[in-house]
Design a protein around this ligand. Structure first.
Ligand code: FAD
Ligand code: NAD
Length: 466
């Protein structure tokens, strides 16, 4: 039987990064993955394929709606070849997952293909291509998550689908109805809206992206409405039924009226659940909590001292970069180091266009905590760079402590915000004040100038360009 210092179960961004860091730190490492490709949800059916389709559909929208204003004329009709678009997405996925194979080899990590299940706290059974048993001193559970569902919905995966199927549709829906106005619903909703589908978003809460700052929800809602999406907030879905090629949704609004929606596809995007099916965690004595998450302490250690858990299968944001941080954290803990993660500084991004990005506290959270704060906001439309490219929607908002001026939260919606948020994370990591940000130089003309201007506005209400 092969023996290891560490065995990692699951090869998503949590698991494969943990394995690499363990190997870098000199531990003999194995990784077990039930699918034939590495990379988990993120690389196979999550972050990467969704961003590939967002990019392709964005190009299409630019070509059909904006090229002309830039003086670019395309003779003849511009058409979508969905099959080719999906094939390109798959090629991007294959290249990326192939990159993980390379990294495993480079770091001398043994890869086992098959379902990993606990025999006891130091032994794992593998069922599948590389069937057998291995032994490990330490085990990291990185088994990720799967789409959640509502109890009364029968996900047939043809017309009533999850994100996984929505990433490989064979036709552009006539009417895509989306249950859940969160990240997945909005990203994939935008893809298919751009490609020509009618899109209806049915959200239970009173605003889309309800966990983000309300200012961002409002602005993004405007963008979707401008694109003629039907935005049905405060609607509670009561039933979803397939009738031939049609799907009928009944939802109740705030007044208690039942509204009926009919379309050819229904995407259910109401969150994801931690995934431990088949893991046999009980054989090792590993406790799950009542939400099905593997329970961990502040060191990401389970109740069994040599078993750790990371990523979507434990508490916290279900984000690839959070899983990665946790993978590194556990590897370094096992090597005797004292790593640290500041969960308040894990940024959140929605890759719609305009992009939405945030880090730190929202205004709602600061109010609830009774923290006195000041706000500096700057609109992209006042930036030369935004006007030059024609991306004038959105703003940057900086929330700073009223007394100390320390930046407590940064919330932005606009072009390239997914990348701009890194500046806010860096500043907050070093506990910058709004004035600090306002005093260092930002290249001109850039979108990043909006961050400087918002900081000036927060410092002394002295933005220069509004
Ligand atoms: P996962 O990536 O889920 O990987 C877990 C792996 O474990 C899987 O490969 C699974 O097959 C394997 N596994 C499970 N059980 C076993 C077992 N018993 N034996 C062997 N193998 C097992 N996050 C972002 O940060 N940015 C984004 O842009 C983004 N976009 C997303 C888009 C979509 C459509 C979706 C669905 C998710 C997106 N996410 C995004 C979320 C992101 O994918 C997850 O947060 C991330 O993948 C979690 O990583 P993980 O390593 O914890 O688990
Ligand atoms: P989510 O939590 O972002 O959104 C789910 C939405 O569904 C929420 O707005 C919620 O209020 C709503 N909802 C819940 N029950 C409902 C009901 N009965 N009727 C109507 N609406 C209902 O979840 P998601 O969009 O499914 O994404 C799952 C996870 O994947 C998220 O945690 C997210 O972090 C991750 N993800 C991240 C990215 C990214 O980082 N860009 C992209 C996609 C997914």
């Amino acid at each position: 039987m092969n023996s290891y210092d560490v065995a990692v179960i699951g090869s998503g961004p949590g698991g494969y990064v943990a394995a690499i860091r363990c190997a870098q730190l000199g531990m003999k490492t194995a990784i077990i993955e039930k699918y034939s490709t590495l990379g988990g949800t993120c690389l196979n059916v999550g972050c990467i394929p969704s961003k590939a389709l967002l990019s392709s559909s964005h190009h299409y929208e630019e070509a059909t709606k904006h090229f002309e204003e830039h003086g670019i004329e395309i003779p003849g009709e511009i058409k979508v070849n969905l099959e080719k678009m999906i094939a390109r997405k798959q090629a991007v996925v294959d290249q990326t997952t192939g990159g993980i194979d390379f990294l495993m080899k480079k770091n001398n990590i043994d890869v086992y293909e098959g379902l990993g299940s606990f025999i006891d706290a130091t032994h794992i059974k593998i069922e599948g291509k590389d069937a057998g048993e291995i032994e490990a001193k330490n085990i990291i559970i990185a088994t990720g998550s799967k789409p959640s569902n509502l109890p009364f919905i029968n996900l047939d995966k043809e017309r009533i689908i999850t994100s996984t199927e929505a990433l490989k549709l064979k036709e552009v829906p006539s009417h895509l109805m989306i249950i859940g106005g969160g990240v997945i619903g909005l990203e994939l909703g935008q893809v298919y809206r751009r490609l020509g589908a009618e899109v209806t978003v049915i959200e239970y809460m009173d605003r889309i992206i309800p966990t983000m700052d309300a200012g961002l929800s409002k602005e993004l809602n405007k963008v979707f409405k401008k694109a003629k999406c039907n935005m049905m907030v405060s609607h509670k879905v009561k039933s979803v039924e397939r009738k031939g090629d049609e799907v009928v949704i009944k939802a109740e609004n705030k007044k208690g009226e039942v509204i009926e929606f009919k379309g050819d596809y229904c995407l259910v995007s109401v969150g994801r659940r931690p995934y431990t099916d088949g893991l046999n965690a009980e054989a090792a004595g590993v406790k799950l909590n009542d939400r099905g998450q593997v329970e961990v302490n502040e060191h990401l250690q389970t109740n069994v001292s040599n078993i750790y858990a990371i990523g979507d299968v434990v508490r916290g944001a279900m984000l690839a970069h959070k899983a990665e941080e946790e993978g590194v954290f556990v590897a370094e803990t096992l090597a005797g180091q004292k790593p640290h993660i500041d969960y308040n500084l894990i940024p959140g991004v929605v890759y719609t266009w305009p992009e939405v990005a945030a880090v730190g506290k929202t205004e709602e959270e600061l109010k609830e905590a009774g923290t006195e704060y000041k706000v500096g906001q700057f609109p992209f439309r006042a930036l030369g760079r935004a006007r030059a490219s024609g991306d004038i929607d959105g703003f940057v908002k900086i929330l700073a402590d009223k007394t100390t001026d320390e930046v407590l939260g940064v919330h932005m919606i606009g072009a390239r915000c997914a990348d701009l948020i890194a500046e806010a994370v860096t500043a907050m990591e070093f506990r910058a004040s709004a004035e600090d940000i306002s005093r260092y130089s930002h290249a001109h003309p850039t979108f990043a100038e909006a961050v400087k201007e918002a900081a000036l506005a927060a410092t002394e209400d002295r933005a220069l360009h509004v």
